[in-house]
Design a protein around this ligand. Structure first.
Ligand SMILES: Nc1ncnc2c1ncn2[C@@H]1O[C@H](COP(=O)(O)OP(=O)(O)OP(=O)(O)O)[C@@H](O)[C@H]1O
Length: 323
């Protein structure tokens, strides 16, 4: 039986300026589970950050409830909420001359007395957070002198040191390269499982989320929040709610977003993986071949077409382009 750390029911959220009311999300239901990494996905402007603000207690729902341990979020004191819930935002907001160790220690503020002095338990929590995020070696480095990926890990370590049951991260990998994006998401999944945290990550990285998330929450205009195991959402086709419109769809075969193409007339034989990449390049090049067979030889790589042989894809595509 899964244990929900947060339960949202019939939630309606929006913003009000004077008499102007702007509703952003309506009648949302969700459960965020302990020990799992949940990814919140949806197009720009749909209301992901708005939902995060409500979960963080920064935006009062117009309707419905958000509860942690059966207690309404609005009933928590700021200090109790900080002991339960930690947050990592996209933009680093800490001074560059602060060291990684000092940043992570800030996570303990909610547990220390007014003097801010760390006791043995606090120091152990800082060490543990540095070790879980594998950045112990950076403890004395300044934030301005480490890479973006390392800084993001330090931000995660600070949230971990805070030691709440729930972690919320709003686009934590937004400015990172592909390898760092994978690394951080795998790290978060590991932390969710090992440390029994409920982790919610807002992300636009569908493919990386597909690899790492235990649950998806999908938001899109005009539909209720869709939640479920990512693979289940692929099987049911619900994943396509992320990609409204006719142009793109989620290719269940390849596990990625694909442009819908007209029925192609490529006839390609040979190694299936090489054939896949040849087909992909031909689709992109928009050249047309009528009914002729393309044979893909693997080693050495060559393409045979209408009695001619090509040793590179680019030679083949430029030949087709000239015909
Ligand atoms: N403080 C605010 N006051 C009024 N409207 C706001 C406010 N913040 C956000 N909005 C509006 O709420 C809607 C949802 O915005 P939100 O930032 O939650 O979307 P998002 O899904 O997080 O987008 P993105 O993927 O671009 O970060 C948008 O129409 C936005 O203009």
């Amino acid at each position: 039986m899964k244990n929900p750390a947060i339960i949202g029911k019939n939630l309606t959220l929006g913003y009000q300026k004077g008499n102007l009311r702007k509703e952003v999300l309506e009648s949302l239901d969700f459960e965020l589970y302990t020990g799992e990494l949940t990814c919140l996905l949806g197009p720009n402007g749909v209301g992901k950050s708005t939902l995060v603000k409500a979960i963080l207690g920064q935006l009062t729902p117009w309707n419905g409830s958000i509860k942690i341990d059966q207690k309404e979020i609005s009933k928590f004191t700021i200090s109790d909420l900080a002991k339960t819930l930690s947050v990592v935002l996209t933009e680093p907001i800490f001074p560059g001359n602060m060291t990684v160790g000092q940043l992570v220690a800030l996570g303990r503020i909610v547990h220390t007395s007014w003097t801010g002095r760390l006791d043995e338990e606090d120091k152990a929590a800082v060490k543990n957070a540095l070790s879980l995020t594998k950045i112990g070696y950076l403890e004395n480095e300044r934030l301005s002198e480490i890479s973006d990926g390392q800084r993001q890990k330090a931000m995660i370590a600070r949230a971990l040191a805070q030691d709440g049951a729930i972690m919320i991260l709003d686009e934590p990998t937004a400015h990172l390269d592909l390898v760092n994006r994978y690394e951080i998401m795998h790290l978060l999944r590991e932390i969710a499982q090992k440390e029994k945290k409920a982790i919610l990550v807002v992300t636009h990285d569908l493919e990386i989320a597909m690899e790492t998330a235990d649950q998806f929450w999908i938001l899109n205009c005009g539909i209720p929040l869709i939640s479920g195991i990512p693979e289940e959402l692929v099987i049911s086709g619900k994943i396509n709610h992320l990609l409204p419109g006719e142009k793109f769809h989620f290719d269940a075969d390849k596990g990625r977003i694909k442009k819908k193409t007209e029925e192609d007339n490529w006839k390609i034989i040979g190694d299936p993986i090489f054939s896949y990449w040849v087909k992909k390049a031909l689709e992109k090049s928009r050249v047309k071949v009528q009914d002729s067979m393309i044979t893909v030889n693997k080693s050495p790589f060559s393409l045979e077409f209408e009695g001619k042989s090509f040793s590179t894809l680019s030679d083949f595509i430029s030949f087709l382009g000239k015909n």
